[in-house]
Design a protein around this ligand. Structure first.
Ligand code: TYM
Length: 321
């Protein structure tokens, strides 16, 4: 059984990514799993190449720093040739209607002056990521579930049209921490690319900074620490983060906390504690660029080997190559 998932270096890794994704990959992952930095996905909107390279490197270090087996990690563009080839085949398996219906595409393209074609076709590249190595399970937050659905549909369609080549994958989602919200605007999810960083807690933030961000978290005027996501989204978000750190349900995490002030300090303490070792390990890795490069090269080799056989049969079945 292979699990596979990715994270896009469109900004720095935040606590939503960590609790919703990285920590689970580390805890539940097995040696044959694959977790990667999807740097090619960061090109769908305007970006700075130098920054992308630096963020990819940092993200690779954070993956390992989070406890993911170094043998399971790689950088997407290191197998760009295989992925781009498969993406073309899958683009010719996918319809325009399917990609234009994607919620994330609609969100990101609405109101945009220009829309890169890659923003539209990005879920097809994501399908290649998943289908190339034959992943069985794809752990993702609920924001990515629709993209995994598309990968399933494309796998099935190719298999029935041209012949069995793909494993039909399934998305697996965490119950708690599936959607951590922005501390300053609890109406939206915490996102790497958010311009105003006040509500985004980064994994590599200093403890003081983390505490400051939690102290300023938007709540409401009730001063009632209860888990009522519909009515108190800010408080519910803090309880979800706390619960994810302490291994409790958000409802249970609320017990015994008498005020928002205490809640904020308690969450800040829990997050700082949770991230302490991750930060230390990541910093150690970044301090040894040659070591990190070696891990990256080994990962690229393994990922390429995993995909080579399947890509060859896909091309044969599709009547090319
Ligand atoms: P990305 O980089 O947006 O997010 C990486 C992972 O973090 C989860 N996540 C969150 N979880 C909880 N709360 C949040 N606020 C939050 N924000 C993000 C995401 O659900 C995800 O699991 N397209 C993908 C990367 C990707 C991929 C793949 C994933 C590329 N190829 C193949 C799976 C399989 C993305 O941009 O994730």
């Amino acid at each position: 059984m292979t699990r596979l998932s990715g994270i896009t270096p469109s900004g720095r890794v935040h606590v939503g990514n960590y609790l919703g994704a990285l920590r689970r990959w580390a805890r539940e992952g097995a040696a044959e799993d694959l977790y990667f930095v999807s740097d090619m996905h960061a090109m769908t909107t305007a970006y700075n190449p130098q920054r992308l390279r630096a963020l990819s490197k940092e993200m690779l270090a954070v993956l390992i720093g989070s406890g993911i087996n170094p043998r399971s990690v790689f950088v997407q563009s290191d197998i760009a040739t295989q992925l781009s080839t498969l993406t073309w085949v899958l683009e010719c398996t996918c319809t325009f209607g399917e990609v234009s219906r994607m919620t994330q595409f609609k969100e990101k393209s609405t109101g945009a002056k220009t829309i890169r074609l890659g923003l539209l076709t990005y879920p097809v590249l994501m399908a290649s990521d998943i289908l190339l190595p034959g992943a069985d399970e794809v752990p993702v937050g609920d924001d990515q579930a629709q993209h995994v659905e598309l990968a399933r549909a494309l796998a099935r369609r190719f298999n029935t049209t041209y012949g069995e080549a793909f494993v039909v994958p399934k998305a697996v989602m965490p119950k708690v921490g599936a959607r951590i919200r922005d501390l300053a605007s609890p109406d939206r999810k915490m996102a790497k690319s958010t311009r105003d960083e006040a509500g985004v807690v980064f994994v590599l933030d200093e403890p003081d900074m983390i505490r400051r961000k939690f102290r300023r978290a938007v709540t409401d005027t009730a001063d009632r620490v209860e888990y009522r996501p519909e009515h108190q989204p800010g408080v519910a978000n803090l309880l979800e983060i706390l619960g994810a750190c302490t291994g409790q349900s958000p409802k249970k995490a609320a017990e015994g906390i008498g005020s928002y002030r205490v809640l904020k300090e308690t969450v800040a303490d829990a997050v700082i504690e949770e991230l302490r070792d991750v930060r230390k390990r990541t910093q150690d890795l970044l301090a040894d660029p040659a070591g990190l490069d070696r891990i990256r090269a080994t990962g690229a080799e393994r990922a390429a080997q995993r995909g080579a056989h399947r890509l060859a049969s896909v091309l044969r079945l599709a009547g090319i190559g």
